[in-house]
Design a protein around this ligand. Sequence first.
Ligand code: ATP
Length: 359
Amino acid sequence: MPTYQIAVLPGDGIGPEVVEEAVKALLALEKPHPDLRFVFSEHPVGAACYQKTGTDLPDETLEACKKSDAVLFGSAGDPNVRFPDGTEIAPQLTLRFVLDLYAGIRPIKKYLGVKPLLANDPPIDYVIMRENTEGLYASRGAGIRVGDEVAIDSMIITKKGTERIVKYAFEIAQQRNGAPLDGVRRVTCVDKANVLKSQAYFREIYDRIGDQYPDTERDYAYVDAYTVHQVRRPDFYDVVVAENMFGDIISDLAAGTIGGMGMAPSADVGDQYGIFQPSHGTAPDIAGEGIANPVAQILSASMMLTWIGERHNDPEARAAAKTIDDAVSRVLQSDTTHTGDLGGKAKTKEVGDAVASEI
Ligand code: ATP
């Protein structure tokens, strides 16, 4: 019987609240998937951990991430707790670099039952592939500031870094059924190739990789124009690939079109490790009230199972991922199980209980 070690890092803010519901969903799988077993171990990370221990990512936590089969991460940080240089606590960013989690996989799906956010309520089902380890954020902690006169951060685009994320994007497209609008398998390169040399290089590499996938349509959009397309014709998109910061920004806009941050799951994966956490942050404005939407975290746990299933060639883990997705779909069809961000009144725990009982 396969048993998977899962490191659980609840973190700060709403992290612990939504992680509890995701773990509940994973435990509920025992009935429909009795051959699947998890061993959970919980580890400290984030701003509260920094205040207590002087580090936001203890060695013991990092080791546990490396030793486990996968990591379920809530959210970390607190606008009131900062490093001496004024930057916010963000161990999730550190983990992406340290564990080389180069692919930020962000499915954007509008569920039936969730109130339409856009006119005409187009079907929305695409995946944003965000490069996670370079781009503009590679300058994190390394930019230059000259007194009160100048500050510089650089956009780093490498051949290796771009090739691997673009290749991953085309591979994901092979597993999908194309864009909702026309069923065409399509990978869109979102960049700023008309202005920046680094971005023209990103597009050049995209084209080289695209040559290896002649059956997949190539598509291009400048990031500024793309934000309009996301609102006006989201059903045209299937898979989208972008540099780190552009991927970050278009992911949040995309989440807005499907019901908000509480609906956007995410996976940060590399060739060896995988961390699964929602796209949202700690949401300090609603933390502690028990009203956060746990759906993004629960769907991130489902992505974790898909990834485990692929790595271990375990059809049971893949089937369990689908069990979670189907349960979430059913729960979202009734507005009695919608949290406040979706216009409902349900509490975090009620949504988690509903998903677990559907499972
Ligand atoms: P970070 O910088 O870590 O991304 P942030 O506060 O800028 O943190 P989020 O934590 O993602 O960004 O929150 C943005 C907004 O979305 C807030 O108003 C927050 O309440 C809301 N939000 C985020 N996640 C959820 C959720 N799971 N359920 C309900 N609302 C959420």
